[in-house]
Design a protein around this ligand. Structure first.
Ligand SMILES: Nc1nc2c(ncn2[C@@H]2O[C@H](COP(=O)(O)OP(=O)(O)O)[C@@H](O)[C@H]2O)c(=O)[nH]1
Ligand SMILES: [Mg+2]
Length: 235
């Protein structure tokens, strides 16, 4: 609004929507995941609260990496906490023919990663933990401490309130996450919370998840797309 006021004289009313969209767009940093063969294994982890869509995102990204980018993909599940959680990824790994290993204890992580040393990319699926339970966060963090993780995504549901998202983004700082994934944008009706979180935490957005379909329902973050989403409330 400040920008619009400042440049009022130069603005044409018929173009006001575009000015606002580009204004919001300039406030939204993005970071895209590079999916290309390298001579080393890229290690990517997804953290976040329960049920936001972490495993679903990993399944989508794993398929995209494998089929569209021809990468050799590995999955590691440390979600041994919730009944059935491992099965969700295991079934996916069987159907998609992507190798999966399970870490039952943090100490196993270096060994598991080393058996994946020929993979191009390894995705680590973590247990969904409440940001209100620091002991749970610390326990999950132990799995990621013994290894070198190249990229950590914090998955947040776009249907949550700004207040909840702020609390989660704050508590999950222990994971030193590099970017946000906003999930369930297909269920949201207003997205100012995304703008609030991104500007307050000054962390870029890497992906948006817009449904349950694997691998179709994921969008690589683009500032203008997110800005339109925020301004119009529609995908
Ligand atoms: N509508 C919608 N549902 C989603 C999306 N992402 C995940 N889900 C659903 O949310 C539920 C929890 O997802 P899951 O990946 O198991 O969450 P996790 O506990 O964070 O690993 C499942 O029913 C998913 O199909 C999304 O972008 N949109
Ligand atoms: Mg999960």
């Amino acid at each position: 609004m400040n920008q619009l006021e400042e440049y009022e004289k130069f603005l044409h009313p018929s173009n006001i929507d575009n000015y606002v969209i580009s204004g919001i767009s300039s406030l939204i940093p993005t970071k895209n995941l590079e999916l290309q063969k390298n001579n080393k294994t890229k290690v990517v982890s997804v953290v976040g609260p329960t049920g936001v869509g972490k495993t679903t995102c990993i399944a989508k990204l794993a398929i995209i990496a494998k089929l569209l980018h021809n990468l050799d993909v590995g999955l590691i599940s440390v979600d041994t906490y919730r009944l059935g959680a491992i099965d969700q990824l295991r079934i996916f790994s069987e159907v998609s023919n992507i190798d999966m290993l399970i870490a039952y204890e943090p100490e196993e992580m270096p060994g598991l990663l080393s058996s994946f040393r020929n993979k191009d990319i390894v995705f680590i699926d973590t247990a969904g933990r409440s940001q209100k339970r620091n002991d749970q966060l610390v326990k999950t963090k132990k799995y990621l401490e013994n290894i070198k993780v190249d990229e950590t995504f914090l998955a947040l549901s776009s249907t949550n309130s700004t207040k909840n998202l702020f609390d989660t983004a704050e508590k999950f700082k222990v994971f030193n996450y590099d970017s946000f994934i906003f999930t369930k944008i297909d269920e949201g009706v207003s997205f100012g919370n995304i703008l609030n979180v991104v500007t307050n935490f000054n962390v870029p957005v890497s992906f948006l998840s817009n449904g349950q379909v694997i691998p179709d329902d994921i969008i690589s973050a683009d500032s203008e797309f997110i800005s339109k989403l925020i301004y119009t409330g529609k995908i």
